[in-house]
Design a protein around this ligand. Sequence first.
Ligand code: MD3
Ligand code: FE
Length: 210
Amino acid sequence: FPRACAQVAPGAVHVPGWLSAPRQRELLDACRQWARPPAGLRTVRTPGGTMTARQVCLGWHWYPYAYARTVVDGDHSPVKPFPAWLGALGRSAVTDALGPEAASGLSYDIALINFYDADARMGMHRDADERSDAPVVSLSLGDTCVFRFGNTETRTKPYTDVELRSGDLFVFGGASRLAYHGVPRVRPGTGPAELGLTGRLNITLRVSGR
Ligand code: MD3
Ligand code: FE
């Protein structure tokens, strides 16, 4: 691997500190704009109630458990566009984590941005609503969280807990693409002070396959 990477499971690669401080700042500023209405930040109501992070979507709107071009469970506005620069960021993330072969031909068209306050959680789940097996790119900003990476069979053990910090990249491809995962806790007040973010943001980039 070209950087200080750790392969947590086959196809699951963690690159701590991948985003420089200026890149973190740019991404946070963009997230603050995207969070504004219309089609802004909303609370996602999953049937089990295990997702207490709030979310804003670009390109395609996710609602439990499907994608649409309008905000189905909110203000019914058209979803905000997915910017080309975010797609380029996704390809460069996959190049660094998995190599240029894995990145060639990838065309990201969805971003899901999750905002976690101190009490927010994400229960164990699989991301199976995309019609593509392209790797998912995850970028973290602000407070550190405990990320739980499980297995493809059950939402319980065996799993590996990893701390995700501001600026970290995680890429989930291959055999890890359909693994169960979740965020059992956030560590309040652990983010870089100069970022000025209370809480945690996670940006995932995906290929819709549509
Ligand atoms: C493994 N987000 O948006 S990021 C999600 O921190 C999601 O907000 C968490 O789970 C968060 O669906 C975890 C890490 C992550 C994201 C997508 C994955 C891990 C994944 C897709 C497949 C396998
Ligand atoms: Fe997920």
